[in-house]
Each structure stands twice: as C-alpha cells, then as structure tokens.
Design a protein around this ligand. Sequence first.
Ligand SMILES: Nc1ncnc2c1ncn2[C@@H]1O[C@H](COP(=O)(O)OP(=O)(O)OP(=O)(O)O)[C@@H](O)[C@H]1O
Ligand SMILES: [Mg+2]
Length: 356
Amino acid sequence: MGIFDDMLKDSESLFMDPVVLDYDYLPKLIPYREKEQKHVAFCIKPLFASRNGKNILLHGPPGIGKTAAIRHILRELEENTDDIIPIYINTWQKNTTYKVVIEICEQLDYKFTHNKKTEELFSIVMKDLNKKSVVFCFDEIDKAEDLDFLYMILEKIYRKTIILITNYKEWAINLDERIKSRLTLEMLEFRRYNDFEVKGILFERLKYAFVPNVWTNEALGLAVKKTATIGDVRTGLYLLREAGNSAEDRASKRIETEDVEKAIEKISDIKIKEPSSLKEDEQLILDVIKDNSGKKIGELFDIYKEKGGEGVYKTFQRKIDYLSKNKFISTEKQMGGPDGTTTIVKYERETRLDEF
Ligand SMILES: Nc1ncnc2c1ncn2[C@@H]1O[C@H](COP(=O)(O)OP(=O)(O)OP(=O)(O)O)[C@@H](O)[C@H]1O
Ligand SMILES: [Mg+2]
C-alpha cells in the first residue's frame, strides 16, 4: 500500500470547494456592509458625471470586511463602466512611491518601465488616467513608507476618488498638512460584526466550501462563538478549514466539536494579517522570533544572520519595532542586567493565547 493511498480518496473529501475559504477569495455578496458600500459609492458618484469625486478614509479592526467590501465595489465598477478606472494597491506590499507607480503601470498594462524614474513613469500613466476618471484604493495605507504618490495623484489627476484603508483612524491626524488639506477625507468607520452577522457570513461561505450536512450543529456553533468573541472573520475561516482538515485526518464523515477545539488550539500559529502581506525579511525575522521567543534582541539578530538574514543591526531594530507595532510580537525593555539595557522580544500570539 502506498503512503498516499489514504489521502487520495478525493470523492470522500468533506470539502466541496475549499478555495471559498481562502482569505483573499472574494464572495459574490458582502452582506452586512451594504450601508458602508453605499457611502463609498456616493463618494464615487460624481465621477459618473465627469466631476471630481470625494476621498475617504475607511477604518476599523482586522478581519471585518474592509478590503472585501472595497474590492467588491471595484469589481462592480469594472463590470459596469469603461469610463472609470479602478486601481487597487496594497501599500504594505508596494510601500514606496516608486513601487506604487510601477504597480499602476502594471495595472494599466504599460510595459516599458525599465530604466525610467518615478516622475517619468508617473507622467506617462497620468496622461492615460486623465482621459478617464479613476478610483484609487490604497489598502493598509499606514504601512506606506512615503506618501509622495498621494501628493502626485492629488496634484496631477483631475477626476478621482481616493479610498484609503487602515486599522488606525489616528493615522490621518499625523498626515503632512500639504496632503491633508488637499485630501479633505471623509471618515467611514467599519464596526465589528455582531454574533448574528458572524454566523450569517460563516454559513454563507460554508455552504460552498463543504459537502452538505458534514458539520454537526454543536461544532458549527462553537466555531461561530469563537469567531464572534475574537471578532475577526479571517480567524473564523481558518477555524472552518482546520476543523475540516482535522475531521478528514481522523477519517470522520462529520466535523465535530473536537475538530473545532483542535483548530482553536492552533489559532496561536496564525498571523493577524495574511502572511503574504509581510515582506520576506520580516517573515524570516518573525519565524526566528517564533522559534526563540523571549530571547534578547542581540541574540535574535545573531540567529537571523546565521539564517541568511541581511542588513545591519539598526535595520533589524527598525523591523522589530515595526513587527511590534503591528502586534506580531511584543517587546519589553530590561534595565540594568549584566549587558546594560536590552530588549526582550516575544512572539505576540503566544503571549495573547489566554485571551481566547
Ligand atoms: N460581510 C462579509 N461577507 C463575506 N465575507 C466576509 C465579510 N466580511 C469579511 N469577510 C471575509 O473575511 C475575511 C477578512 O475580511 P477582509 O480581508 O476584508 O478584512 P479587513 O477588514 O480588510 O481586515 P484587515 O484590516 O486585517 O486587512 C475575508 O476572507 C473576507 O472575504
Ligand atoms: Mg484588509
């Protein structure tokens, strides 16, 4: 008997279409966000009459449909009109003006970017963009390292709506005056879902993801309850998938409470954000911290170097700061030991496990 024999009986899988549980899968409808989507649509509306639109800062905690709601609107725009160009960019991944401009070129299918400077590229795409109207969405805007691209867009693109998304409402307060006064942001808060809404969302995803009737009521109830407590739908999707895997592993035809319990134990390992939104070196640092939680920052730097990490100690410190601000890790200053003042770094999810 081959080692994979047990795993390959596809017809017996509890999953019908597991892709539906992917974090970046975009469902056809985004229930419970109709009001927020209408507000955004209202800001875009002037563009349909070739007038300038309104700009908006969308804020709220992780995993509550901010990205999903906006991507949904942009998709509808794309399907309904050729006169408005939707541009969506995650400024965690494209975190400099140069990278943002290159990404705009890519989305507009402009290929001759090689050896051209930021300004030159921007003036090329600007001509195209100004033939129509544009909706820009910059997601995770607080992670952008510079905001010159915003200034350039505000100055040079005539008809646009700029949608900025962040977890931190306060981000807007510290904006450069030059940008702030030109943006005149409307604020739109996304609040957490209540228990009823969490249940509705998970049920809807589950219908397409799993074979009918494989979930016991108790197991599903537990997954919903946990998700509602944490308040993050991304965690809920993770629980559904992991519980499904666990039931399959024990060759059960039903997903039961014990499977959800196992999945809950694993929550400590999932990242607050999608791993893809961390850059490679940040991910390496995070992995090093996860395996060496509680060590001093200097020791962690040595391990990071051994594993092929690049850059000087100062850069490493800055990245630690960044991971800490985003709650992937926690840091604690320790005064007056044999090495003087040092920083102890802990893997955050480990320290927060008892919150669940
Ligand atoms: N109303 C909803 N209907 C269906 N799926 C939803 C809904 N709200 C959130 N989701 C799903 O939950 C997951 C997380 O949502 P999303 O990525 O939009 O979170 P977010 O608010 O942008 O979080 P973050 O601030 O961490 O980026 C996604 O897979 C999304 O499809
Ligand atoms: Mg998001």
